[in-house]
Design a protein around this ligand. Structure first.
Ligand SMILES: Nc1ncnc2c1ncn2[C@@H]1O[C@H](COP(=O)(O)OP(=O)(O)OP(=O)(O)O)[C@@H](O)[C@H]1O
Ligand SMILES: [Mg+2]
Length: 297
């Protein structure tokens, strides 16, 4: 059911072979059907966390639960987990290994033991979802970076996961490709797929996510609804993040009496739309500090 806890990290720590700490007592929950952004500075533990969520890394201490059952790290347990949880790496070169797009995307469904018709149907559906249906026969090494990224997403979608993990999916994409990827993510979340993505981009996290999890020093320093982000300036600062540009700009326009304090727009396009409806030279003074000051006198 939407909103139930799907995955939970309970005080998870991970110590790498060289003694570095990737996670240090990290606790957070992922709700079914939700869009989650992991936000944090370089080295805060985002990638390490994603690698734990599909069992590529195991906790040195603490526990990860899916549907309230501890992850099963046996061979069959991991196979079952990876059917449910798909990970798209930051670097597509790390994920793609077949000669053609079709071969690459069909690898997962073939391993599920589906027959040829079933595999073809899954591949066609996954490639269509990322706008790569026309490129199925192309050699992977001829594709651009953004196209490779789409093929990686298709490879994971072909497994029909419940939870999609993406490590900095926008990195290296031009703005057109970023918009396309946003559309793909919107489609997936409309179909009920839960999404967790790692990002450095607080503006994107604010615009896109339902829930934001702040990572600092290998632990989750705060989890909150994205709509609460404007009230989290101090928490963000402590994790090395600034408020989104749209929130800063909106505050500045409120202080000048141009816009009302509420609602806070979710993105620059939304802010511009509100501004376009505000007549020039006639600032909307309702609920602005200057309006409050005047009514107090
Ligand atoms: N294979 C590894 N061996 C040793 N230490 C590692 C390894 N992978 C990550 N670390 C360490 O774990 C910590 C968390 O790294 P991680 O890659 O999870 O951070 P991140 O938040 O994804 O950073 P970035 O924003 O740079 O991608 C860092 O201190 C890093 O040096
Ligand atoms: Mg990383």
């Amino acid at each position: 059911m939407a909103g139930e806890l799907l995955l939970e990290l309970q005080a998870v720590s991970h110590v790498f072979a060289d003694g570095s700490r990737g996670l240090d007592g990290c606790s957070l929950g992922i709700r079914r059907g939700s869009r989650n952004a992991l936000l944090g500075a370089n080295g805060s533990g985002k990638t390490t966390l994603l690698l734990h969520l599909n069992g590529l890394l195991q906790p040195s201490a603490g526990c990860i639960r899916i549907d309230d059952c501890a992850l099963d790290y046996s061979r069959s347990g991991l196979t079952a987990l990876r059917r449910r949880v798909g990970l798209v790496f930051q670097n597509p070169e790390r994920q793609l290994f077949s000669a053609s797009v079709f071969e690459d995307v069909s690898f997962g469904p073939l391993n599920l033991g589906l027959d040829e018709t079933g595999v073809r149907a899954r591949v066609a559906q996954a490639l269509a979802a990322v706008g790569m249906a026309e490129q199925a026969e192309r050699p992977v090494h001829h594709l651009s970076f953004g196209q490779k990224k789409r093929v990686c997403i298709a490879g994971v979608l072909a497994m029909q996961p419940e939870l999609l993990l993406l490590d900095e999916p926008m990195a290296g994409l031009d703005s057109g490709m970023q918009d396309e990827l946003l559309r793909i993510l919107d489609d997936l979340s409309a179909r009920g797929i839960s999404i967790v993505l790692a990002t450095h981009d607080v503006d994107f996290a604010y615009r896109w996510a339902d829930h934001i999890h702040l990572l600092a020093g290998g632990r989750c320093s705060a989890s909150f609804a994205a709509s609460e982000l404007p009230q989290q300036a101090a928490t963000l600062r402590a994790a090395g993040q600034a408020l989104p540009a749209v929130v800063q700009l909106h505050r500045s326009l409120v202080a000048r009496g141009v816009l009302p304090a509420a609602p806070v727009p979710g993105s620059i396009p939304q802010l511009l739309a509100v501004l376009a409806e505000t007549p020039a030279g006639e600032p909307n003074l309702d609920e602005t500090p200057s309006a409050r000051q005047r009514s107090a006198t």
